[in-house]
Design a protein around this ligand. Structure first.
Ligand SMILES: Cc1cc2nc3c(=O)[nH]c(=O)nc-3n(C[C@H](O)[C@H](O)[C@H](O)COP(=O)(O)O)c2cc1C
Length: 168
């Protein structure tokens, strides 16, 4: 699957094959793709928590009102921002950097045959509960459910000419 196909095939997956496991090299490929994202001044102000432990996964699910797909997901990856990594440099850019990393991760998941769903954390009140569960001061930007898809929502186009201004 090339880049054009991968981008157009990606959908949020909310139903996974229960009990499927994902080999560690595949998870590492997703993390590597995330870490290859561009970041302001290349400060890479992120950190990743890979949650395979079923008990902790269930607690994350309970802490997030829109992450019920975690029930069947193989694992969760929490992408966290580290605002302090940008102190005195390009402060405030970390959510954008994390967003780029998250999208890379989602696309790599698709290219490897997995499905994923981005569950938003930042900016929301659920951040502090997630920080407590992960025992971190880093700021959860997104909780990503990853697994083997058990649904295949149709690819769809979103090109909207009205959202584009051509300044030729
Ligand atoms: C910042 C952000 C937060 C999101 N949060 C959730 C969420 O909490 N739960 C969920 O099921 N989907 C969540 N989504 C997925 C969107 O609902 C989804 O991307 C959108 O409906 C378009 O569908 P598609 O991803 O299949 O193209 C989120 C997406 C983004 C970018």
């Amino acid at each position: 699957m090339d880049c054009t196909q991968t981008i157009r095939a990606r959908r949020s997956i909310r139903k996974f094959k229960p009990g499927a496991s994902i080999p560690r090299p595949d998870v590492e490929a997703m993390l590597e793709a995330a870490m290859m994202a561009p970041s302001a001044r290349n400060l890479r102000p992120w950190e990743f928590f890979v949650v395979e432990n079923p008990e902790l996964k269930a607690r994350l699910r309970a802490a997030h009102p829109f992450a019920s797909m975690l029930d069947t997901a193989s694992l969760a990856i929490v992408v966290c921002g580290r605002p302090e990594d940008q102190k005195g440099a390009v402060e405030g850019y970390w959510p954008l950097d994390c967003g780029a990393a998250i999208e890379n991760l989602l696309l790599q998941a698709v290219a490897l045959g997995y499905g994923a769903c981005w569950c938003g954390c930042w900016p929301s009140p659920r951040i502090s509960k997630l920080q407590e569960l992960l025992n971190t001061q880093s700021v959860p930007a997104a909780l990503i459910a990853v697994g083997v898809p058990d649904e295949a929502p149709e690819a769809r186009g979103f090109y909207q000419a009205g959202k584009v201004t051509w300044l030729a």
